[in-house]
Design a protein around this ligand. Structure first.
Ligand SMILES: Nc1ncnc2c1ncn2[C@@H]1O[C@H](COP(=O)(O)OP(=O)(O)OP(=O)(O)O)[C@@H](O)[C@H]1O
Ligand SMILES: [Mg+2]
Length: 276
């Protein structure tokens, strides 16, 4: 499969003093699912923002389908259009993405921006309303929705333009179990129909379910390891080192237990202290 993104020795700094990413070498191939995991502040959102052209590397180079791009590349109309119509980005914070007066306006905004005729834009928006169960919300402003509802609108707004690459930043945050399960199935199905998917997440159960290739970012903002989800999720030492699991204590039948937060797999109780 051809490369969608090739990142070569990428570094990024928001300020002079602190690196957000360093020495990142990574290829994302057409049709794959890539999960990006790492602790808070490890650089997941920064990596995704670089891939969707919201920010530009301060070191190294990034290419989309073999075309290296920087800020000035987007001044070329052909590249700008090809890139913007092919890459869909769902923000970690839905409020950063939703700004139209109503949900329906939000859903037709992308298609209209890409030059779809009005009737086709409306048709796309209606398909997305069905797909994401947004009936009943279409006339409401997004700020009157719960965060889980906003997340569905944000995903819908991106799907309305039918991009070939979908980038999700923490798609599971703040969702109830039923909505999480719905979003996991949706991401999986989008991949099944050929979309390339990149997901940044803390949720190891999502990584486990998607059976994707996984990039683990370290707290030093470098790639700690890349591998299959089975390989990464079975490496307990790696998960502790990358601050993806930790030991915590809880009380159970009058006894304090300590175990790793391996909710996505089975966990073993280890008795460390009996209650008096
Ligand atoms: N706008 C910004 N200005 C300055 N520093 C920033 C900015 N955004 C992020 N950073 C810093 O860059 C580093 C990487 O942040 P990033 O948001 O990419 O992490 P993350 O892995 O997505 O974290 P989280 O799991 O909390 O979403 C952190 O040290 C963070 O403090
Ligand atoms: Mg983030």
């Amino acid at each position: 499969m051809r490369a969608i993104f090739e990142l070569n020795e990428i570094g990024f700094q928001y300020t002079d003093t602190q690196k957000a990413l360093s020495g990142i070498n990574l290829t994302v191939r057409e049709g794959e699912i890539l999960s990006v995991v790492g602790s808070n502040g490890s650089g997941k959102s920064t990596l995704l923002h670089l891939m969707c052209g919201l920010i530009y590397p301060t070191e190294g180079s990034i290419a989309y389908k073999g075309m290296e791009f920087q800020e000035k590349s987007f001044k070329k109309a052909a590249f700008n259009r090809e890139f913007r119509s092919s890459i869909g980005f769902v923000f970690q914070n839905s409020d950063a993405q939703l700004f139209c007066p109503t949900v329906f306006d939000e859903l037709i905004f992308g298609p209209l921006q890409l030059g779809y005729p009005k009737d086709l834009a409306v048709e796309r928006a209606n398909e997305v309303v069905q797909m994401l169960h947004l009936q009943g919300y279409t006339d409401r402003p997004s700020y009157m929705l719960s965060s889980g509802e906003k997340k569905r609108v944000a995903i819908g707004a991106v799907l309305a333009t039918n991009p070939e690459v979908l980038i999700f930043d923490e798609p599971m945050s703040g969702l109830d179990p039923k909505t999480r399960s719905f979003i996991i199935d949706l991401i999986f199905e989008l991949n099944q129909i050929g979309k390339t998917i990149i997901v940044a997440t803390h949720h190891l159960d999502l990584v486990d379910y998607l059976k994707s290739r996984v990039v683990v970012l370290s707290e030093r903002h470098t790639i700690e390891k890349m591998g299959s989800s089975d390989e990464i999720l079975s490496d307990t030492d790696l998960l502790i080192k990358a601050n993806l699991i930790a030991e915590f204590s809880h009380r159970h039948n009058g006894t304090v237990h300590k175990h790793l937060s391996l909710g996505f797999l089975s966990h073993k109780h280890e008795q460390i202290r009996k209650k008096n």
